[in-house]
Design a protein around this ligand. Structure first.
Ligand SMILES: [Zn+2]
Ligand SMILES: [Zn+2]
Length: 476
């Protein structure tokens, strides 16, 4: 067996290259990574070496037995360059996760206002690093056609993010209306909402565009206020059955004094106003983050599609930017600035005066690094990395056997899909009971045909898929 194809997605230096725009990992993280690697070696490599050593020693005692030779191998690394649109899909997730401070949101499932898009990306992943590694390996955006291309996935991202913008805005308006009604109806001093409004008006988000958007919504709700607005949020009597948009029974309209110990000094309306203002502030934060993320992705695509779709405009001086290599994209706020007069390499904050976002060197992407996307090529792909694996396998001489090590379950399914599409027959050691795995392995080793082709001829599997995290990958 000469060839060993490894889909290298373990936490190695190579994968860190994808994290160029993130802060370098801490020493504690590196130590944990090393310990992880050592465990892998102990489990799969050292045990085998020890066994080989024992066999060799035994063989030396009895000269009649042949010595177990080393397995020859050659390591060949293939550099895979992601296409421009694949980079965009990866960076979009990276920017969104960075805005959420790389928190593993899955641990906060009870949070009703969770960013659905982050949640979707983290589904089935142990942590954000895994989600990013997967995003760099294949693109899968829910709603994209099974045979969709990376550019079509990018288009879909824009459409989905625009819909999400509308959803977040509507939710914010609703919360604003509720808080406004409570504020107008309260009979007690409670200035939380007024204070929040003042904070917002003083460019609280450090982002003029988002701030004025929220200020506009506040004015609109103030103008449209009506004393009967409560019917959208509350029911009047215990016997009423008014429900909200999700079919949940609405709470009773707050009347009288609060009964809870911590807010006994407040009326129910004032207590409800406190809660509503906190919720409002959280929703507004999410809305503003979303505006930034959308701005980032649109600027990124504008650079990649430059020449086919619109022109580039500097967010600071408003002059048009002739070519992508004359622009710098700031990942934190999504502003695009010209290199001629506005962008300064050693400046650690965004040059747009009304934007207070920090912009350290790892948060700046030179335009030329984003590549050029020729959407018209429209090549159907499993993602450049998986395509490369398929090509590698196809190029190997007939009769050779290939071991394919894959770390993550989601990726496993993708690779199987790609192999099937390329009409490559494989055996999978990742599924089934212990006995079923043993049968699969024996058939693979004995070179038995396991699949009937459409023309009736039998085929042998020449690829064996193993899961790095599974003991069966060590051949046990
Ligand atoms: Zn400029
Ligand atoms: Zn900015």
């Amino acid at each position: 067996m000469k060839f060993l194809v490894e889909l290298s997605l373990i936490y190695n230096e190579g994968s860190e290259l994808f994290l160029t725009y993130q802060k370098p990992p801490s020493n504690a993280w590196k130590r944990a990574r090393r310990a992880y690697a050592q465990r892998f070696l102990d489990q799969f490599v050292r045990k085998v070496s020890t066994l080989a050593g024992q066999l060799r020693r035994r063989a030396n005692k009895s000269k009649d037995e042949a010595e177990l030779g080393d397995i020859e191998f050659e390591e060949i690394l293939r550099l895979v360059n992601l296409t421009a649109s694949e980079k965009a899909i990866f960076l979009e997730l990276m920017q969104r996760l960075a805005a959420a401070n790389f928190e593993n949101r899955r641990t906060r499932r009870t949070d009703s206002n969770m960013d659905n898009l982050i949640d979707e990306a983290l589904a089935g992943c142990a942590d954000v690093i895994q989600a990013l590694l997967l995003r760099a390996s294949y693109f899968e955006i829910s709603g994209n056609k099974k045979n969709g291309t990376a550019p079509s996935a990018c288009q879909l991202i824009v459409e989905q993010r625009q819909k999400e913008y509308v959803r977040l805005r509507d939710e914010l308006i609703e919360e604003l209306q509720k808080a406004e009604w409570l504020n107008m109806q309260k009979t007690q001093q409670c200035d939380q909402l007024d204070n929040w409004k003042k904070r917002v008006a003083s460019n609280h988000y450090g982002d003029e565009e988002s701030t004025s958007e929220v200020v506009r919504l506040i004015s609109r709700v103030e103008e449209e206020y009506h004393e009967d607005d409560w019917v959208s949020f509350y029911r009047e009597k215990e016997t009423d059955t008014n429900k909200d948009g999700n079919g949940m029974l609405l709470p009773l309209r707050p009347e009288g004094w609060s009964e809870s110990t911590s807010t006994k000094h407040l009326t129910k309306k004032a207590a409800a106003l406190r809660v509503a203002t906190t919720e409002l502030s959280r929703k507004a934060d999410g809305f503003v983050n979303h505006i930034r993320s959308l701005r980032f992705f649109q600027a990124l695509r504008a650079i990649q599609l430059h020449g086919t779709d619109g022109m580039l405009v500097c967010s600071k001086c408003s002059s048009s930017i002739a070519r992508p290599d004359k622009a710098t994209l700031l990942t934190k706020c999504g502003h695009l600035v010209c290199n001629t007069t506005c962008h300064q390499a050693n400046n650690e904050s965004c040059p747009v005066p009304t934007c207070h976002a920090l912009s350290r060197s790892y948060q700046k992407i030179p335009g030329q690094e984003l590549g050029h996307d020729d959407s018209h090529s429209g090549k159907v792909s499993n993602g450049s990395k998986i395509d490369e694996i398929v090509e590698l396998i196809k190029d190997l001489p007939e009769g050779e056997k290939i071991l394919l090590f894959i770390q993550f379950d989601n990726l496993h399914e993708k690779v199987k899909d790609a192999l099937e599409r390329a009409d490559i027959h494989y055996a999978d050691l990742n599924s089934g009971s212990g006995a079923a795995k043993a049968t699969t392995l024996t058939k693979f080793q004995d070179d038995k045909a396991t699949k009937t082709k459409t023309d009736g001829s039998l085929r042998k599997a020449n690829v064996l898929i193993l899961n790095i995290g599974d003991a069966s990958a060590s051949g046990r």
